[in-house]
Design a protein around this ligand. Structure first.
Ligand code: ZN
Length: 412
């Protein structure tokens, strides 16, 4: 297939310059450090508001730190964006890539009178979860109460979200709510944060679904005792039971899981956690991700049986508690088709359908409107680290595909 990059209305140098302008705010090595409501984050939001004015969008920051640029143009509207805060000492593209692509789409499409519609731009606050869990996009879809905000605290400093909002001058501002029916859907671009595209020589990932995340606390109760005087035969070592349980999961899950299921024991705690005391209690935080609820169901039932078996055999009591349920979000078929057609035109068809193993704001927006997501390659699959990067050529190709997908969805 013939590449049509020379036909794209996208200004690749402008896209790269915008991304580098955002990288210069809160720079850390080759990445950035922009926790939610930090000076660098707020400066980035200010930068965005200025850019949106230049793209014929009316923009403001709302009471939870979302930036929304709205268009007065007639016709269909597509909402596009991502986020501008970062994980601590992390990469420059996680979030800004999707925001800058959205700005570029607005710049190209909104003044074009041959397209009966416009691109509106959003930067969702706190996608990275410094204070909560997708607080900005959840607020927009009506899923965050004032009490949720009262309860939210910065996971690093314990500062309350109310204090943070007031220190950056957002306290008391109204929060923007989605206007039902205003948008034909939401489109988000993001770096892949994995190595599938790079290793396959591909330029574009067409996201089919965003996995759900299920989380469990598994608790082991034995008997705390002296590590020197308690004979091995009579011990009820909760730490040892936990270790055996982890090994048993790794032995049994592969026979029941789906092709892309992943599971992780992210935290283990032994109580009291001292070298000369047999732990009387232990617990682990265990997470499963998949885009098929039937697979999760199977694995959860397996965990329940294993807990019951371990308890029956002794010497420790094992209990399983589900602490988070995540519904996978399916990406809209029409959006996937538009990304694929745009990839055929501007990326030589080097695209593949794939699920997203990471969470994104698109999964929240998908609750109220059709949503789509596309990925560009991450060098070495690295993300959530300052060295995160993507080839400039891939960034530009991604922008061309993104803008063309928006144009197709708007019927241009
Ligand atoms: Zn992100």
């Amino acid at each position: 297939m013939q590449l049509m990059s020379d036909l794209s209305p996208v200004d690749g140098a402008r896209v790269l310059a915008d991304l580098n302008a955002l990288r210069a705010i809160g720079a850390y090595k080759t990445g950035v450090h922009k926790p939610t409501f930090s000076h660098a984050h707020m400066q980035s939001l200010g930068w965005l508001v200025e850019q949106l004015a230049g793209a014929e969008l009316a923009a403001s920051i709302d009471g939870i730190g979302n930036v929304l640029g709205t268009s007065a143009k007639r016709g269909a509207k597509i909402l596009a964006g991502s986020h501008l805060e970062s994980q601590n000492y992390a990469g420059w593209l996680d979030g800004p890539l999707g925001v800058v692509y959205a700005i570029e789409a607005a710049r190209v499409i909104n003044p074009d009178q041959n397209i009966d519609g416009a691109v509106e731009v959003a930067a969702w606050c706190d996608e990275e979860g410094h204070f909560g869990h997708f607080l900005g996009s959840r607020s927009y879809v009506g899923d965050v109460s004032e009490r949720d905000i009262d309860a939210a605290r910065d996971r690093n400093s314990d500062r309350t979200m109310r204090e943070a909002l007031s220190s950056v001058g957002l306290a008391g501002r109204p929060r923007a709510l989605a206007e039902r029916g205003r948008h034909i859907g939401y489109l988000e671009a993001h770096i892949e944060q994995g190595d599938r595209l790079e290793s396959g020589g591909l330029a574009i990932g067409i996201v089919t679904s965003i996995v759900g995340i299920w989380q469990y606390r598994i608790t082991f109760v034995g008997e705390q005792n002296h590590a020197g005087t308690t004979r091995m035969e009579i011990r009820k070592d909760a730490g040892l039971a936990l270790a055996k349980f982890c090994v048993a999961i790794d032995d049994r899950f592969p026979k029941l899981c789906g092709p892309r299921t992943v599971w992780t024991t992210g935290r283990i705690a032994l109580d009291p956690g001292a070298p000369s005391i047999i732990p009387g209690r232990a617990d682990m935080l265990f997470q499963i991700r998949d885009d098929d609820p039937a697979v999760i169901d199977r694995l959860e039932r397996k965990l329940e049986t294993m807990a019951a078996d371990f308890t029956a055999r002794g010497p420790c009591i094992v209990t399983l508690e589900r602490i988070r349920t995540g519904t996978p979000a399916l990406m809209d078929r029409r959006f996937q088709d538009a990304i694929e057609a745009a990839s055929n035109s501007f990326a030589g068809g080097r695209s593949a359908h794939m699920p997203s193993g990471a969470g994104h704001d698109a999964q929240i927006l998908a609750r109220i409107m059709p949503a789509g997501m596309m990925f560009v390659p991450s060098i070495g699959g690295v993300s959530h680290h300052w060295s995160e990067n993507t080839d400039d050529a891939d960034i530009v190709t991604g922008a061309e595909v993104f803008v063309d997908a928006c144009r197709r969805l708007l019927g241009g």
